[in-house]
Write a protein that binds this ligand. Structure first.
Ligand SMILES: C[S@@+](CC[C@H](N)C(=O)[O-])C[C@H]1O[C@@H](n2cnc3c(N)ncnc32)[C@H](O)[C@@H]1O
Length: 220
């Protein structure tokens, strides 16, 4: 840590937090999505976006501006959003691990999505390995949701704590997307070991096997 920062609380309100509030965003996290968007041209008008771990709401508010009034943002979090968002954002208080969240209602109606973005993070325990395992698990939950809910050609952003599982997480995206990028935005705090894995241009989902093919496979 640079000498001048020693002894300071790294989570205190800093210049980025103040800048986010000045622009009408509830959290400094908005600058992470803004940088990812700038670097890979993620968000476009009319897109449908599934925002996982959306509270307090800065990613949803930013994404809503980019997709415009003809787009749709489905914002899922265990907690309510804490900021005003335009009408194209539908906030759902729910657990992303609950199948029912995506089986019917607005999250199902807005599918298939152009983008799945996940800033979900586990409650940290203080035990680094436990936190890493939970972070990998929550990242993979977002990946598995994208398997079902994302369009072919669609994009994915997921947060993960850097660990020995990182390679597996990146490989999971490489299986599914034609382009995979690892981005550590400047707005990530020095003390944090989070990074974002970005998948672009989702590969076509394999066609469901026909009954004849299935029967043939059984006889092999
Ligand atoms: C870093 S915050 C997200 C900040 C948000 N992207 C923003 O810009 O305002 C992480 C969020 O993940 C949520 N979260 C963690 N586990 C979740 C789960 N299983 N289902 C839904 N949300 C979850 C937490 O409640 C928390 O609000």
């Amino acid at each position: 840590m640079p000498k001048r920062n020693r002894g300071r609380n790294p989570y205190r309100q800093d210049a980025r937090t103040r800048a986010a509030k000045a622009k009408g965003y509830s959290a400094r996290s908005v600058f992470k999505l803004e940088e990812i968007d700038r670097r890979v041209r993620l968000l476009k008008p009319t897109q449908h976006v599934l925002d996982l771990g959306a509270s307090p709401g800065s990613w949803s508010a930013y994404a809503a501006k980019k997709v415009g009034s003809k787009g749709r943002i489905i914002a899922i979090d265990l907690k309510p959003l804490e900021q005003a968002v335009p009408a194209q954002v539908v906030a759902i208080e729910a657990d992303a691990y609950e199948e029912a969240t995506f089986a019917e209602g607005p999250a199902a109606d807005a599918a298939p999505y152009d983008l799945v973005i996940s800033d979900m993070a586990p409650n940290t325990t203080g035990d680094k390995r436990t936190d890493q395992i939970r972070s990998f698990d929550i990242f993979m939950r977002a990946v598995h949701l994208s398997d079902r809910l994302l369009k072919d050609g669609g994009g994915f952003v997921g947060k993960i704590f850097m660990s020995g599982d990182f390679q597996r997480a990146r490989d999971a995206l490489r299986e599914r997307f034609n382009t995979v990028r690892t981005i550590r935005p400047e707005a990530v705090r020095d003390v944090s070991y989070e990074v974002f894995l970005v998948g672009l241009d989702r590969k076509p989902t394999p066609e469901a096997a026909s009954p004849e093919e299935e029967a043939g496979a059984e006889g092999d």
